[in-house]
Unconditional design. Structure first.
Ligand code: ARG
Length: 461
């Protein structure tokens, strides 16, 4: 048991509940291979520095290799009595190679050991997330490419505002996920330093080479302060905050998919592969995956707030509170990755219903701004006056139960005789979208240009 390894000063066994609250093996087994990677680097360096013998190092590395095999194949017997993954691996190493196992922990503490293993795990999570975000941006760009001129209503306050293209709307998410990608990349670069060799908190009197273990583990450099190295969980917090923001973006897109899928909108369709039925209502096609992405956002936000709260006001250096960093981070990473995969799937699967979008765009006076702009540009009216006049025309259209674009020239001139037939060139939703040629605007050429830019950028993500 753990007692055998580190309870020299104790006479009695742990209380059962103490054992239960103390153990992290239930979840930190997920970083078993990272723990072994850290140990292999450490033992390699110890031998190179002449701190342990070549024979001991070979025995330890061989034993760790066997254990890695047992973990990967699922035959490793984890024990709660051994508290965590570090003690589980070390105890098994003792069974396999005997006395030499006891030399692995020279010039090391579980404090720098866990900081190293967890950092390696979070770094792997960053890499998986970066790849998924690149794929998501890729599918969004390709959907947008197919719909640079598909007109839909753009909303503010969830009220029809101005017509936009579906492609432009999707490209807005490309920008968000592009920023998410750069946030994860920045955070990964910042966290890629090695805590190994900080030992418990103060460093060690053994002649270790921290730059060497850093290099062996693919870290840029060793962390500069041993106390910071064992106390810092910024790397997990930055991962979680990037994940939280990314989930917020995913939840907004998910919510839009839910809205677009509702028969009242009817803007998009998802295939059978991405919809579920109802147990009682035979007609239903529910966008459950989108709802779950929306719902699961709470877990990731919760993980961030949870760890911020664990770390708040925690004095230097290690306290056992910090063991609470892993479970929610693992869950947040699983959740984020699943939601990214589901969103990639839905976006690739989604079929736009251009006719429904165009009808909705054309039905709500969505080109009122275009009319006001025309009055300003063509008649030299101050914009505020044009705004007021257009408002009166909207009311007139409402009174005739029609839309702005369908008012007759006589009706328009009844309100202001200066209006000419030229006005009809700006009242159609397609005209409106085509006219928005300003940088960042929704005109089809602008959107097509952005699509091309992103097709190149996505290669480099
Ligand atoms: N299981 C512990 C954790 O997850 C490992 C560190 C233990 N260190 C200690 N001083 N008790 O953080």
């Amino acid at each position: 048991t753990n007692g055998g390894l580190i309870r020299g000063r104790f006479r009695e066994e742990l209380d059962e509940v103490m054992e239960q609250i103390n153990a992290s093996i239930g979840f930190d087994r997920r970083m078993a291979t990272q723990d072994i990677d850290g140990s292999v680097a450490h033992v390699t360096m110890l031998r190179e520095q002449g701190i342990i013998s070549g024979a001991d190092a070979t025995a330890i590395t061989g034993g760790l290799d066997v254990i890695r095999g047992e973990i990967v194949s699922g035959t490793f017997a984890y024990s709660v009595k051994l508290e965590d993954i570090h003690m589980n691996v070390e105890a098994r190493l003792g069974e396999l190679i005997g006395e030499a196992a006891g030399r692995l922990h020279t010039a090391r503490s579980r404090n720098d050991q866990v900081a190293t293993g967890f950092r390696l795990w979070v770094r792997d999570a960053h890499d998986r997330t970066l790849r998924l975000l690149a794929r998501l941006v890729g599918v969004l760009v390709e959907q947008a490419a197919a719909h640079t001129a598909t007109v839909m209503p753009g909303f503010t306050h969830l009220q029809s505002a101005q017509p936009v293209s579906f492609g432009h709307h999707l490209m807005a998410y490309v920008e968000m996920f592009g920023r998410d990608h750069s946030r994860f990349r920045d955070a990964r670069a910042r966290m890629n330093e090695s805590p190994l060799g900080a030992a418990a908190l103060a460093g060690t009197s053994f002649p270790i080479d921290r730059a060497r273990t850093a290099e062996l583990l693919g870290f840029e450099r060793p962390m500069r302060n041993s106390m910071d190295a064992v106390s810092d969980r910024d790397f997990a917090l930055e991962y979680l905050s990037s994940a939280s923001l990314c989930m917020t973006h995913l939840s907004r897109l998910a919510e839009e998919i839910v809205l677009w899928m509702s028969p009242q909108f009817g803007f998009v369709e998802l295939s059978d592969a991405w919809t579920t039925g109802s147990s009682i209502m035979p007609q239903k096609r529910n966008p459950d995956a989108a709802e779950l992405v929306r719902g699961k956002t709470g877990r990731v936000h919760g993980a961030l707030l949870g760890l911020l709260t664990v770390m708040k006001a925690l004095p230097l250096t290690f306290s056992k509170d910090m063991q609470e960093d892993k479970e929610t981070t693992f869950d947040a990473a699983d959740t984020l990755e699943l939601c990214l995969k589901a969103t990639i799937g839905m976006i690739g699967d989604m079929e736009a219903r251009g006719a429904a979008m165009a009808a909705a765009a054309g039905s709500a006076h969505a080109t009122a701004t275009d009319l006001a702009d025309w009055l300003t540009r063509e008649l030299g009216m101050p914009f505020r006056e044009a705004h007021h006049l257009t408002g009166r025309l909207v009311r007139l259209a409402d009174e005739h139960r029609t839309t702005l674009a369908r008012l007759t020239l006589d009706q328009l001139r009844g309100v202001d005789p200066r209006i000419t037939a030229d006005v009809f060139t700006v009242l159609g939703v397609e005209d409106s979208v085509r006219s928005r040629r300003s940088f960042g605007g929704t005109s089809p050429e602008r959107v097509a240009h952005e699509v091309e830019q992103w097709r190149t950028r996505v290669e480099a993500l």
